[in-house]
Design a protein around this ligand. Sequence first.
Ligand SMILES: [Mn+2]
Length: 303
Amino acid sequence: MSDQEFNTAGLKPWGGLQPPAAGAAPDVRILGVPMDRGSFYRPGAAKAPAALRKLSAIFAPVSEHAELFDTVTVQDDGDLTLIDGDMGVNVDAVAKAIEKTPAGTLPIVLGGDHTTASPTLIAQQRRLNGRLSILYIDAHPDLNDSSRHSRWSNGCALRRGLEMGQIDPRKVTLLGCRDYDWEEVEFIRKMGITLVTAATAHRWTGSQLADEIGSRIGGDALHISLDIDSLDPSIAPGTGVPSAGGLTSRELLDFLRQLRGVRLAGLDVDEVAPPLDLGHVTSLAALKFIFEYIGMVKLGTTS
Ligand SMILES: [Mn+2]
């Protein structure tokens, strides 16, 4: 890949957003999980946390709707050190590290392949004492019990997270799906998971996503797990398993804006694979979403 690097000399990561005063809890805590042993088709996602952190410097703390959010405090705790192996040998330690996020602080976890979501969901379920609902945005439901002869393939990420986190599948909304193993479809139907396919989402206008989630969330906080392959490969080619027929960045950002007013729990962004990217556009699509999400910390109640 001969992609020219961005010159970020003199710029600070995360749009210059600062950590809080000593002793105070940040609004947002960033944590990288450089794992891609669950990417059986094409690795590369382990390089995403470093790439996203570097490119985050070219953003400004201003939403796409021209709202300033420079008072949001961000603490970047860097990347976790992983044991050599798949998420199976790392899941407990990663979940514990995420669980240490102070109450009231939103963790933003940078994968890594989507097995990053498993310890993230386990930790979030614990942090919120079970008052957790999940929006899982992905081309694939990741609900296989085993995939490619592994229980820690990215195709099992949501299944493992629900099992190990003892999370009620009825609290999950899948958004943007279009590639399934039949076992996954059966699991979705049997367990009462809400499925909003990419085809359905493409036709949705107005506040249908917020209405769908709002009707079931009750007193829960909403965790968003974003697999960048939910986007169409024409928009986000830098990912292990591109899948045709995906969401546009415009649709994804509009869905996020609809969720203003929903109590947020945190975010993980996974499957960005910088070695497979073209002109960094996939990393930048992920960062656009992350920055709009960070903006919601201060703007979330003003829709
Ligand atoms: Mn996934």
